[in-house]
Design a binder for this molecule. Structure first.
Ligand code: CO
Length: 160
């Protein structure tokens, strides 16, 4: 069972590298990431959260889980919405994060197919959250200095 990397592990702040779809490690990595995500009741997981600095994310959609390689946001709506988010790397912490309501994401599938996904509402939020991870950003980097300051004790506890 893969262990989830927690804040303040520096890998979470690193920009991930591109992954090639025929990378042999993916065959075991993707099922393991999906299992770790489900066991921890997450709706998404990014490779840095299991200690691998590569552009791989997995996302749930209802009962199904999907993997995306090298995902990138190519379009985002001006219309935004604030909603509470948590993160498996920041256990117990929940913050309101402002995100675009709709996004367009390009990515590659495991067989190397280039795809474009249009996501809205919760799915758009999950994509933005997970793509932030591979860019080295966490939800605590998406909130105001005041909101960060209010979390200082919780963050200190996580860093212990
Ligand atoms: Co997260």
């Amino acid at each position: 069972m893969l262990k989830i990397v927690k804040y303040p592990n520096p890998i979470l702040k690193k920009k991930s590298e591109e992954i090639h779809h025929d990378d042999k490690s993916l065959r075991s990595l993707i099922p393991q990431m999906i299992e770790a995500m489900k066991k921890n009741q997450g709706v998404g997981l990014a490779a840095p959260q299991i200690g691998i600095s590569k552009k791989i994310i997995v996302i749930t959609e209802g009962e199904e889980a999907h993997a995306f390689l090298n995902p990138r946001i190519v379009k985002q709506s001006k219309e935004k919405e604030r909603d509470e988010e948590g993160c498996l790397s920041l256990p117990g912490l929940f913050v309101g994060v402002l995100r675009s309501k709709q996004v367009e994401v390009t990515a590659e599938t495991l067989n190397g197919q280039k795809i474009k996904i249009k996501a809205r509402d919760l799915a758009a939020r999950i994509f933005q959250h997970e793509i932030d991870h591979i860019e080295g950003k966490l939800i605590i980097h998406r909130i105001s200095p005041l909101a960060q300051w209010k979390l200082r004790n919780q963050l200190k506890n996580l860093a212990k």
